[in-house]
Design a protein around this ligand. Structure first.
Ligand code: FAD
Length: 562
């Protein structure tokens, strides 16, 4: 199969720069990054902490030892994919533009359904990596533990001014483990760092009223985790420190993951509630729910799928969602997830508003409309995930000062799931183009968008072309102000939906290319309509209602030679 004719692999102009680039992660985004960076001639190294490429699509039957996924010391599992998962997009539109994920073909050897199982997606991603000769660029089992900007002292360093700081990247072998003396950290400096670490791995769990008990003798907030960055005695010479009481001026830094008010401290909160609590990240099969009363909180794609699957075994499933729109007899033309016909739910599935409280007495769940259900066996939180970049946090201070500050200044912060500041969801203005992020937007068709973002990064690292840092910062700030003005929650900053198509077109223009074909948006919209009207059958609803888009896809794919 040939690669797309619209690919940007053209003869390099003489002035093109070749950068040494580190990519964090070999999921679908990291693979797209490797492909595009190589096509622009860059020297690429992808670090992947897992044993295979594919990211979340590498199904793992294991779950974390803390089912809520909030204990910072838990053994981590990356994938959130459950055993029965089938894609929620048809494969034609889901696949990368440079490598068709065609219905007529099975990559795993057994699954050529339009909405295929997760194993087929994993096989497709591996085929993509093989097709584009990426495997030799990928170091499996290598975790990036730290990335620190190397900032030149001289203010007239032209390279740093134009290309942003270099990045000193520390990695360790996952197989050897922390206790193995031979597992020395490897440190290497790169011209650029492309972050593709995924954002469906670290559970976001609500702090529910009535379950916020704090240990009585402390005044610390269980919902904030801060790191002490510096503690300086006020007004005393160091020699007096051992004999005098001193006032310490303590400077702290909020950590991006748990500082979010949506995160529970592992020792307190609803874990005192006697029922079982699990985040969808740690759900694999409905086994164990036989005859139980279960509450699923969250009715986006995972909550919907899980509620319907658990209902095949449980006595009753209460599907709860904040701001729930009462289901209609027929699905609406367009709407939000959860907006499905009432008749489409199993008889033992009860639709509820959000949870107001978990009550230990009676093992009860109180809903926002005041309804109380007692004898609840389990709550499953399908409440989403945090953006986290632990390797970019200011933990190390190896050279005695300034490292944390440097990281903070040149990187981003994820507060209430808004990664900021960012120019067009990709570049932090202060360090562009040497630091970039692929795959932050959600409610999108990810794989083709990954390729567009990756191509823009690769081109920019080779040729420059970004506006001034001030202009990028202004645009990033204006975007955040527009969210506030339009009443959009910060946590929805990267939610795109219909706006993804204009965003993709803008990326194509920035790459100097034709936009993606119109059948993609048509097929995406048709799938949304079909899903809302037939939530249980939309994956198998042949004869299909998007024949024109399918035909256009077939024509496009015919340009790729088998
Ligand atoms: P990931 O796939 O998460 O990959 C990130 C990689 O980075 C991982 O391999 C991880 O091990 C590695 N990594 C992380 N940190 C480090 C580190 N410090 N050092 C080294 N390596 C690191 N999308 C669709 O298009 N269709 C669907 O039907 C669909 N269904 C989904 C269902 C579920 C339950 C979930 C969770 C997601 C679904 N998605 C779907 C979205 C899916 O996340 C994207 O398709 C895409 O796979 C994300 O790719 P990624 O590379 O951004 O992240």
């Amino acid at each position: 199969m040939a690669t797309s004719s619209s690919s940007s692999s053209t003869a390099a102009p003489a002035s093109r720069r070749v950068a040494k680039v580190a990519v964090v992660g070999a999921g679908a985004a990291g693979l797209a990054a490797a492909k595009e960076l190589r096509e622009f001639g860059h020297d690429v190294r992808v670090f992947e902490k897992g044993r295979d490429v594919g990211g979340v699509w590498v199904y793992d039957a294991a779950v974390e030892d803390d089912a809520l996924g909030v204990d910072p010391n838990r053994a981590r599992v990356h994938s959130s994919v459950y055993a029965s998962l089938r894609t929620n997009l048809p494969r034609e539109v889901m696949g990368y533009a440079s490598f068709p994920f065609a219905s007529s073909k099975s990559f795993s050897g057994s699954d050529d359904r339009r909405f295929c199982g997760h194993e087929e997606v994993r096989a497709y991603l591996r085929a993509y990596a093989t097709r584009h000769d990426l495997l030799d660029a990928i170091s499996l089992g290598e975790e990036v533990t730290d990335a620190t900007p190397v900032v030149a002292e001289a203010s007239d360093d032209d390279d740093a001014t134009r290309w942003g700081p270099k990045w000193r990247v520390t990695t360790r072998s996952v197989e050897k483990g922390d206790d193995d003396d031979a597992n020395a950290a490897v440190v290497e400096t790169f011209d650029a760092l492309v972050v593709c670490n995924g954002h469906y791995s670290v559970p976001r769990v609500p702090s529910l009223p009535g379950s916020e008990a704090r240990p009585p003798h402390t005044d610390w907030s269980p919902y904030d985790r801060v790191r002490v960055v510096n503690a300086v005695p006020e007004g005393l010479r160091p020699s007096l420190l051992s004999t005098h009481r001193v006032t310490l001026s303590i400077r702290t830094r909020r950590l991006s993951t748990p500082s979010d008010a949506f995160q529970l401290h592992p020792d307190v909160g609803p874990q005192t509630w006697p029922g079982t609590q699990t985040h969808s990240h740690n759900y694999r099969t409905p086994e164990g729910f036989e005859g139980k009363t279960v509450v699923v909180l969250g009715a986006m794609a995972s909550g919907e799928d899980l509620a319907r699957e658990i209902a095949t075994r449980a006595k009753t499933v209460h599907l709860a969602a904040r701001g729930w729109t009462p289901p209609r007899e027929e699905g609406p033309e367009d709407g939000d997830p959860g907006d499905f016909p009432a008749s489409s739910y199993p008889r033992n599935c009860v639709l509820r508003p959000g949870i107001a409280e978990l009550r230990s007495e009676g093992v009860a769940v109180v809903f926002e409309d005041g309804a109380i259900v007692e004898g609840v066996d389990a709550v499953v939180y399908a409440t989403g995930y945090h953006y986290v970049f632990p390797f970019l946090e200011g933990e190390t201070d190896r050279e005695g000062g300034g490292e944390s500050e440097k990281k903070e200044a040149f990187s981003v912060a994820a507060v209430d799931n808004c990664v900021s500041p960012l120019y067009k969801h990709v570049f932090p203005p202060r360090s562009a183009p040497s630091l970039s992020f692929i795959g932050l937007p959600w409610k999108v068709v990810p794989f083709p968008q990954f390729e567009l973002q990756a191509r823009w990064i690769a081109k920019t690292l080779a040729e420059g072309g970004l506006p001034s840092r001030e202009a990028m910062a202004e645009e990033a700030a204006a975007f955040e102000e527009s969210l506030a003005r339009d009443g959009v929650a910060r946590r929805h900053a990267h939610r795109m939906g219909e706006t993804q198509f204009a965003y993709n077109d803008e990326l194509s223009t920035l790459c100097g290319e034709e936009p993606l074909a119109g059948w993609r948006a048509e097929m995406y919209r048709a799938t949304g309509r079909r899903k809302r009207s037939k939530p249980t059958e939309y994956r198998d609803a042949a004869p299909w209602d998007d024949e024109a888009a399918r035909e256009a896809a077939r024509e496009e794919f015919a340009r790729f030679i088998d």
